[in-house]
Design a protein around this ligand. Structure first.
Ligand SMILES: [Fe+2]
Ligand SMILES: [Fe+2]
Length: 324
């Protein structure tokens, strides 16, 4: 005799799925306690944790310049910016935790090298002007990517992005202002600025991910309204934003093919070097090993703080129990 299937479970799951689909179609938010498809949860955990890791690893290229910033004012601004990035990491880890992954698991994935983070943070920052180019181009690309995420269908993610985007726009302006100041300096300073723009322009275009026809998960993320625009559309928006800003700065974007095709309504560009992008994502970028090694060392150095906090909680709970 074959056991009859439990039809009540099947119906419940179908009901849940159609309720979820209705919420998505109506631009409503999915909240942590709502039913959601397992693949939606998995996708969000992967995306939000990778995003959090990018913020945390992203503190390193600029943290590198805090002690050498050219004035007290520049130092204070840069320090505030790097602290903001730590905050972004924390909001994002908290948002990911609402989906059932722990902070320890995420940290472990990052330090054992199994988690991915944005390829952009594996480039070196050899000069002070890199702080300007990163703020202008890297934080600028982050804004273009992240503003649509404020409307992501998963509530905790979208809400975290609202505050993050406000802070990112401060970052972008401080970077632009560093470059503007340098461009008003000597010929040697202008050359340094141009060199930094040459090094950061292409990697910042790669931040939007592979071209649409090579981005297999994009369609599903757009159907779930996590993602609102395709990689190529976001890249186009970013180029449209930086071209007039480059003119104001007086720097040249390092792409001789770059021009606006008015008929197609799009920017034409040279081919992006996707081999470089994939090499870095695979862990073979110029700074991958250093970034992870620093993160691991920071985690180990912080063990006593975590132990002390756990011990405090234990003692506090024991004392409360005694009083009760
Ligand atoms: Fe950030
Ligand atoms: Fe930022």
């Amino acid at each position: 005799m074959t056991p009859s299937p439990d039809l009540s479970l099947v119906t419940d799951e179908a009901d849940e799925q159609s309720h979820f689909d209705e919420l998505i179609a109506a631009e409503q938010r999915i909240e942590p306690r709502d039913w959601m498809p397992a693949a939606y949860r998995r996708t969000l955990i992967r995306q939000i944790s990778q995003h959090g890791h990018s913020e945390i690893i992203g503190m390193q290229p600029e943290g590198n310049w805090i002690t050498r910033a050219p004035s007290l004012k520049r130092k204070a601004i840069l320090m505030a910016k790097v602290q903001d990035e730590a905050g972004h990491g924390l909001y994002l880890y908290s948002a990911a935790q609402t989906l059932g992954i722990t902070r320890d698991e995420m940290t472990q994935q990052l330090i054992d090298g199994t988690a991915k983070y944005s390829s952009i943070f594996n480039y070196p920052t050899p000069t002070w002007v890199d702080m300007g180019a990163i703020g202008w181009l890297v934080d600028g690309a982050a804004i273009a990517n992240q503003v649509p995420l404020c409307r992501a269908s998963y509530g905790p993610y979208g809400r975290a992005m609202v505050r993050i985007c406000k802070e990112e726009s401060f970052h972008q302006r401080q970077g632009f202002e560093i470059l503007l100041t340098i461009m008003r300096g000597t010929d040697a300073q202008r050359e340094m600025a141009q060199d930094a723009v040459d090094r950061w322009y292409w990697p910042s275009l790669m931040m939007f991910g592979p071209p649409d026809d090579q981005s297999p998960n994009s369609a599903q993320s757009m159907a779930w309204k996590i993602k609102r625009f395709s990689n190529d559309d976001l890249r186009q928006r970013f180029i449209g934003m930086v071209v007039p800003q480059a003119e104001i700065l007086g720097v040249t974007l390092p792409d001789p093919e770059l021009h606006y095709d008015a008929d197609a309504g799009r920017w034409n560009t040279s081919e992006i070097d996707w081999t470089e992008f994939h090499e870095i994502l695979a862990g073979r970028g110029p700074m991958n090993a250093v970034r992870l090694q620093n993160r691991r060392a920071a985690h180990e150095d912080g063990a006593w703080v975590r132990d002390a906090a756990a011990e405090y909680t234990r003692k506090h709970a024991a004392r409360t129990a005694e009083v009760a």
